[in-house]
Design a binder for this molecule. Structure first.
Ligand SMILES: [Zn+2]
Length: 479
């Protein structure tokens, strides 16, 4: 794929392109256009396009010696083909979601299930729409889409409920909750000893958490104001402070052999960790490989200060716990399923859909329910947000996870506003987030658009450039 530009090749490619462009600025193109109009099936500029595309493709990679650019072309048409989720939910996503929540309130057996959602059968318990983020970067477009989806879904649920309220039916309270994974590792703060990785998390590194929190706070405040939906933010200590957590941890610890292999296919260890309590140390063993377990007690290893432990019966010790994403996902889902007072709906990125949830969440949940008799017949309510993907279909990620300078071309291409909220603001002011919010609102109103793996960087850029509004200019919908 990589080409090696040389001045001779660049000059030849440029000359060829100029030759092709010249007729377009002379009378010749007008004459061809006139000729073309005599045949309705033959677009007058087709022959130009056939020549220009390979010429542009040939020239572009020669312009940047170190980091060649490649041209991609499209026709601006957006298709929303039906299939799977899009086929099932194309008419409405809100009604079916309310129906499934209503049935969680009426576990009377199949024959007594609510079959249609009407004002009389609306769920009555409060509904919390959840999303999460690791605050180790200014939120990029993918994270903003997830947040917009959460607030937009909450607003759509509220609108449906308010319709019912006009007929004097009671409606549930609806809010958004954003959980910050402040136990994510800080780059270059960890170490490796004898092949075992130790990390220092954001909450234990002075200043690390504050770096990007202002961006998150601003985004959430704006989305809450635009949607009219209240929100709250929580951190990992809030999560582990839940009164049901110790008993769930006891279950995980008891089954750690089986669950370790299920939740951590690479290490086969239950990835629970706690930071070393020695002030200024705070190292935590990332994968829980060296943990020692005794009934009601977990010991964690620090490479500098040896073992330290927590007792599962001591809430102030349990809040020191951290878990990797699959273990967190499982414990959180268990908590949500056990909650008889509140409904929980989670929005997460489409990369979590499919095998990840089936292997790392639903299978362990089914085994837990079968062996404990808890949350019988219940499953989590999770909706997946389309990702923002690059030309190859890879998701737009944090700078952290792509090789050094991996997104440098986005600046050159003018798409770097999608890389972070900070850049989005510097390029578009407040209008950038307004446009992403308006776009995601359209997806919620037309759920076909929600059941796809992703939208391309180029599509999202057209949204930012206000070309993606179906107004007949630029990117248009063909449906
Ligand atoms: Zn230590």
């Amino acid at each position: 794929m990589v080409t090696h530009p040389c001045p001779t090749r660049r000059a030849a490619a440029a000359r060829h392109l100029i030759e092709l462009l010249e007729p377009l600025v002379s009378n010749e193109s007008d004459q061809k256009e006139q000729q073309g109009r005599s045949n309705p099936h033959n677009h007058p500029y087709d022959h130009h396009i056939h020549g220009l595309i390979p010429a542009i493709k040939a020239l572009l990679p020669t312009l940047h010696a170190d980091r060649p650019l490649f041209a991609a072309f499209h026709d601006g048409q957006v298709h929303d083909p039906l299939g799977a989720g899009a086929y099932a939910f194309c008419n409405d996503l809100i009604g079916p979601l309310l129906l499934s929540l209503a049935n969680d309130e009426s576990p009377k057996g199949n024959e007594d299930m609510v079959r249609a959602i009407t004002p009389a059968t609306f769920p009555t318990r409060p509904i919390i729409v959840h999303a999460g983020a690791q605050p180790n970067n200014s939120p990029h477009a993918g994270t903003l889409v997830v947040f917009c989806y959460a607030f937009s879904l909450a607003r759509a649920l509220l609108a449906r409920v308010q319709q019912a309220n006009s007929q004097n039916a009671p409606g549930p309270k609806i809010s958004v909750e954003i959980t910050f994974v402040d136990t994510a590792p800080v780059e270059n703060e960890g170490c490796q000893v004898d092949g075992v990785r130790f990390q220092r998390s954001h909450r234990d590194t002075p200043g690390a958490l504050a770096t990007h929190m202002a961006d998150y706070s601003e985004v959430l405040r704006l989305l809450s104001a635009w949607s009219g939906i209240p929100f709250r933010t929580t951190f990992q200590a809030d999560f582990f402070a839940h009164p049901a957590v110790p008993s769930l941890l006891a279950y995980l610890v008891d089954r750690r052999g089986r669950l370790g292999a299920q939740l951590s296919p690479k290490s086969h260890a239950l990835a629970l960790r706690a930071a070393c309590p020695v002030p200024s140390c705070a190292l935590a063993e990332k994968h829980g490989l060296l943990n020692q377990y005794a009934p009601g007690h977990i010991s964690f290893y620090c490479p500098h200060h040896g073992y330290h432990g927590i007792s599962l019966s001591q809430p102030d010790e349990v809040v020191r716990l951290e878990a990797n994403a699959p273990a967190r996902n499982l414990i959180r889902s268990m908590l949500h399923l056990l909650d008889q007072d509140t409904h929980h709906v989670r929005i997460t990125g489409a990369d979590y859909a499919g095998t990840y949830q089936e292997a790392l969440l639903y299978r362990p949940l089914a085994e837990w329910s079968a062996s404990t008799g808890l949350a019988t017949g219940r499953t989590p309510h999770i909706l997946y947000a389309p990702q923002v993907v690059d030309w190859s279909g890879a998701k737009l990620s944090k700078q952290l996870y792509v090789r050094e300078g991996g997104y440098a071309a986005m600046e050159l291409l003018g798409t770097d506003g999608l890389r972070s909220y900070a850049r989005l603001k510097s390029r578009f002011g407040d209008e950038g987030l307004v446009r992403i919010w308006s776009e995601v609102e359209k997806w919620v109103a037309d759920p076909r658009k929600l059941f796809r793996a992703g939208f391309s960087v180029e599509y999202m850029q057209a949204v930012l450039d206000a070309e993606g509004n179906g107004d007949g200019k630029g990117v248009v919908s063909s449906n």
